[in-house]
Design a protein around this ligand. Structure first.
Ligand code: ZN
Length: 248
């Protein structure tokens, strides 16, 4: 179980709002995952470095003219930050925030941000903390795992949270991942996709006999009566079980 550190008092509201805030979500229907955008130094994933990142994001989001606003946002624009050391509560859990550039998401979605960006790998501890707080919020609001979205699912104008976190998000939504650690060889040519379904973008393909390391088996789109997909430890994405894996 992860610990939650309350840093709300260290991320002050925007003084130009005169103490006012956007308010509270009338109802919570979704959880949305975000990232920083550009890659960040590793020390910003925890502790004082994470606080430094949060304060600079706050300065950016509360400046005049941010995202077409006259006075900037009311304060920090994510409810939770997932570090490698803990989950950080940055705004009230029910606070309504301008995080997604989309009316439905801003009105009804809580926001979680990963302090990484670009093609950075998600550290295991950060992913565990993200799954933990997301599970807690889903339970609190009585929502299923498919109520979790990436920012880019709401807006065509952003890549956020990027393909790396996007792949982890797809695995998370596919349900309780069953570990199937080990090296395998595929008996048929196969393609790697960003989601465990044919909706996922093709990342690459492998010829017969590739040596592939699997991290988990997940339930995905059923193809030819088979809904089993494998998640590559490399983070590249998912391969349908029809590739006929043989354990090495
Ligand atoms: Zn975002």
């Amino acid at each position: 179980m992860s610990s939650i550190i309350d840093i709300r008092s260290q991320l002050p509201l925007n003084p130009r709002w005169g103490g006012a805030t956007i308010g509270y979500r009338p109802e919570t229907r979704y959880i949305t995952w975000h990232y920083n955008g550009p890659a960040l130094p590793e020390y910003m994933a925890y502790g004082e470095g994470l606080m430094r990142w949060a304060r600079s994001a706050l300065d950016w989001q509360t400046r005049s003219g941010w995202s077409g606003t006259a006075n900037g946002a009311d304060g920090f624009c994510y409810n939770y930050i997932v570090g490698t050391d803990a989950v950080y509560l940055a705004r009230d859990t029910d606070a309504q925030l301008w995080h997604a550039g989309n009316y439905e998401a801003n009105t009804y979605s809580a926001a979680i941000v990963f302090p990484i960006g670009g093609g950075q790998a998600v550290p295991d501890a950060m992913l565990l903390n993200a799954a933990y707080i997301t599970d807690v919020l889903l339970a609190w609001y009585n929502l299923p795992r498919n109520a979790v979205f990436g920012h880019r699912d709401w807006s065509a104008n952003t890549l956020c949270p990027g393909d790396v976190i996007g792949t982890h998000l797809a695995a998370y939504k596919a349900g309780e991942a069953k570990p199937c650690n080990g090296w395998f060889r595929n008996r048929y040519p196969c393609t790697v996709r960003t989601e465990p379904s044919r909706r996922g973008r093709v990342v690459r393909s492998y010829p017969v006999g590739a040596h592939l390391e699997m991290a988990a088996c997940v339930d995905g789109e059923v193809i030819d009566n088979n809904g089993q997909w494998y998640w590559l430890r490399s983070g590249e994405g998912f391969i349908h079980a029809s590739a006929g894996f043989v354990r090495l």
